[in-house]
Write a protein that binds this ligand. Structure first.
Ligand SMILES: Cc1cc2nc3c(=O)[nH]c(=O)nc-3n(C[C@H](O)[C@H](O)[C@H](O)COP(=O)(O)OP(=O)(O)OC[C@H]3O[C@@H](n4cnc5c(N)ncnc54)[C@H](O)[C@@H]3O)c2cc1C
Length: 500
């Protein structure tokens, strides 16, 4: 009788957070023998379409909610391969597909010949509010998954054995009432401000954290094309690029909505102040040729003010030390475990990948200690290379921005090894502007379809990059930059329009 009860009993899993990774973890773990509950501190999305979700949904728990998101091919392919009906629902909500061919410049498009693998290189284009609402409604309909809104997880039910925490459930607060719920497994998908490491510390376990400041700030403003105005096509000046002291980009959404981001080094104090002003945000955008077709007079109207996101760090939390897990029956996914600079648009893709790694480990391994160790090892093997590459890009970006503030065209490395690395980076960026086979390889890396830099093992790409290296760093580094005002000119522009 007892044996029969054990066989029939379902495993209960509590997921903290119904953000993109929490929802995708629920989907990845869904199984007949599992009962999954997702606890979310914010309310449900409002009834209605994408506009209502974007303008009305209170998402205090995910501060990045109204910043534009790129949904890279890694995420798109995982979702398409596992939940093709979900992708159909994204199209119905107005999301658009950007294929590899759509990403090419007009000259490259003219000579484009499809190659095997190109079909995997595609992006989803829409506001994050749209993705999150459609995903949330899809998950709500799944058997064996329940989402409970307006409930804050306030602690972990756990015991500590020899310094190792054994998770057994969650402490909850609903309105002003406290309660507890027991779970066999707890998944932390509560995002960048996860409180679990603090709770672990109270229980005697210290989670080591790698934490590197990207030293940038990210500003966004949303717009809508005026009636009768068509979306600008791909022109000579790109709608996303780098002027050295500022990075910019247009994120087209659905129904004529789009967002513009301006990303600045923390040290650019005057510009950081200027972008807080709606008028100066627009003025800066209009001075950049790649943005002008979107924000020039008579094209679009703003639908929000300009708003920022600072304190951008690359973060890696270690839940296993020297092969010993700090906690059993507890797993952190998405931003709660690993965070990279949003400028690269990788967080949702790596988070969803992480959720699927967790599902594979839970399916394959039963012993709690082995599970924790295996999950940690797979995270290291599959996500660490992306984290490391992002961190390297952050460090180069900090040096490049400092050189430009000091009036130098190039940052000056202090060793031959660093010089070679920078030369290689500049040659890749330059070749990826005008050589189709290099663009394809770089796009595979950018979209996380292969480990960072794997495309460089292709001999044809290597030869092209070598040829570009012979052109010299100066030429290649310049071609990384787009056309637009230099830093001094931009500072003069904003100084002239700053109210005294
Ligand atoms: C400015 C900016 C731009 C970005 N752009 C991109 C991009 O272009 N592409 C991309 O892929 N990624 C981007 N990212 C990263 C991406 O937003 C994150 O990687 C992703 O949202 C992480 O998902 P998550 O589910 O782990 O966390 P979140 O999306 O942060 O979700 C966490 C959820 O947990 C809930 N929660 C938190 N604490 C509790 C609690 N105690 N009890 C109950 N619920 C709780 C929150 O309310 C929230 O819903 C960007 C990030 C920023 C900051």
């Amino acid at each position: 009788m007892d044996d029969e009860r054990i066989v029939n009993e379902k495993q209960t899993i509590g997921i903290v957070g119904a953000g993109i990774c929490g929802l995708c973890t629920a989907l990845a773990l869904q199984a007949e023998n599992r009962e999954i509950t997702v606890f979310e501190r914010d309310g449900a999305p409002p009834a209605g379409d994408a506009d209502q979700a974007f303008f009305e949904w209170q998402r205090r728990g995910a501060a990045q909610f109204r910043h534009p998101h790129a949904f890279l091919a890694l995420m798109c392919n995982i979702l398409k391969d596992n939940y093709p009906d979900l992708i159909e629902e994204f199209w119905q909500a107005g999301a658009r597909k950007v294929s590899f061919q759509d990403m090419l410049s007009p000259e490259m498009t003219a000579n484009y010949q499809p190659e095997p693998g190109d079909e995997k290189l595609w992006l989803l284009m829409c506001r994050r509010a749209t993705i999150e609402t459609v995903l949330r409604r899809y998950v709500e309909r799944q058997p064996g998954i329940e989402i409970i809104n307006n409930v804050t997880v306030t602690g972990l039910l756990a015991s500590a054995v020899d310094g190792c925490i054994v998770a057994g459930g969650l402490k909850l607060k609903i309105s002003n009432d406290a309660s507890e719920v027991r779970h066999d497994l707890v998944v932390d998908a509560s995002g960048r401000n996860t409180r679990f490491p603090g709770w672990f510390e109270e229980l005697g376990a210290r989670i080591e954290v790698e934490d590197d400041d990207a030293e940038i700030v990210y500003f966004t403003r949303h717009y809508k094309l005026l009636p009768g105005v068509a979306e600008p096509g791909r022109g000579e000046d790109r709608s996303a690029g780098d002027l050295g002291y500022i990075k910019y980009g247009v994120f087209p959404g659905e129904g004529g909505h789009f967002a513009v981001i301006l990303c600045l080094p923390n040290a650019e104090q005057a510009l950081r102040e200027a972008v807080k002003s709606e008028a100066q945000f627009d003025e800066i955008c209009r001075s950049i040729p790649g943005l002008l077709p979107w924000v020039g007079a008579g094209v679009a109207e703003a639908t929000t003010s300009s708003f920022g996101f600072g304190d951008i760090h690359a973060v890696w939390r270690h839940f296993v030390r020297d092969g010993r897990p700090h906690a059993l029956n507890y797993f952190a996914v998405g931003d709660a475990a690993v965070r990279t600079n949003p400028l690269y648009g990788r967080g949702c893709s790596t988070g969803i990948k992480h959720a699927h790694i967790l599902a594979e480990v839970l399916d394959a391994v039963d012993d709690p200690v082995s599970r924790a160790v295996e999950f940690d090892q797979r995270t290291e093997d599959e996500i660490r290379p992306i984290f490391k590459a992002s961190l390297g890009e952050d460090k180069n970006g900090i040096k490049r921005a400092a050189a430009i503030r000091e009036g130098q065209a190039l940052d000056r490395p202090d060793s031959l090894r660093k010089w070679l690395r920078l030369s290689l980076g500049d040659a890749i960026s330059a070749a990826a502007r005008d050589q189709l086979h290099v663009v394809r390889g770089a796009m595979r890396t950018f979209n996380l379809l292969e480990p960072p830099g794997e495309f460089l093992s292709d001999w044809r790409i290597r030869l092209t990059i070598l040829r570009y290296m012979f052109r010299g760093r100066g030429v290649n580094a310049r071609s990384r930059m787009q056309r637009g005002p230099g830093r001094t000119e931009m500072l003069e522009l904003i100084s002239a329009s700053t109210p005294q």
